[in-house]
Design a protein. Structure first.
Length: 233
């Protein structure tokens, strides 16, 4: 990552510090950093500069270190002795475990489609529409972010704030694995179409078929990532 790119995501964080002040909790700082991972702004292997981050967010060193500790527990960061804190690179066992969790959570949530209100359904459709709009602009990083929103919206069908938070953490970790795939267009292109097909089935009242399509999606994506991670070694 170039210095300009690193400065870019730091500047974005600094602009978004309106709801952070010197008494901010480490959890809120961790939320900001996690969101940067979900948006694809922070890449695996990137070192986090404690001084620069502290100045960007105007938080104390102790608060920042506690945020680092929380994100290390979530497997998003790793501390390397005498070197510093780095964004973690997920491995094959991580991907297998992540998809095992997603199958249980998201497929269970999809079954709730007939029972949720229109706002919840609209959020799923809107995430697909966002991905399609990003594709039209040739913004494949944006397509990746829209994909994250799609799966968050599917999870939200369950109506559980706890599951929403858990999936946010799972998807942040998974987004780091996506970076390993290199060409975002090559990776995301087919999955955008699959997202649309899942929504079409749901809108047609074919909930069981939508769940089956989601399971097929997960099987394909998991193998895609595993192949890419192994090839990187």
């Amino acid at each position: 990552m170039t210095t300009a790119q690193a400065d870019g995501w730091l500047n974005a964080l600094a602009k978004d510090r309106g709801d952070l002040d010197r008494s901010s909790t480490a959890e809120r700082v961790a939320d900001k950093l996690r969101a940067s991972v979900l948006d694809g702004d922070i890449k695996p292997g990137q070192q986090l500069n404690e001084k620069a981050l502290g100045e960007a967010l105007r938080v104390s060193r102790n608060t920042l270190r506690e945020a680092f500790r929380l994100l290390t527990h979530e497997r998003l960061l790793v501390h390397e002795y005498s070197k510093g804190v780095f964004v973690r690179r997920p491995d094959v066992p991580d991907v297998v475990d992540l998809y095992a969790a997603r199958r249980v959570i998201e497929c269970g949530a999809v079954r709730r489609w007939p029972h949720v209100d229109e706002d919840a359904r609209r959020a799923v459709r809107d995430a697909v529409a966002l991905g399609l709009a990003c594709r039209e602009r040739d913004d494949w990083t944006g397509v990746g972010t829209a994909n994250v929103k799609f799966h968050q919206a599917l999870t939200a069908l369950a109506g559980s704030a706890r599951l929403d938070e858990e999936v946010k953490r799972l998807l942040a970790e998974l987004r780091l694995a996506f970076h390993v795939m290199g060409d975002h267009e090559e990776f995301y292109r087919d999955y955008l179409t699959l997202n649309q097909s899942i929504v079409d089935r749901l809108d047609a009242g074919e909930v069981r078929q939508a769940e089956e399509a989601l399971l097929t999606y997960f099987d394909r994506a998991e193998q895609h990532l595993i192949t890419g991670l192994r090839a990187e070694r």
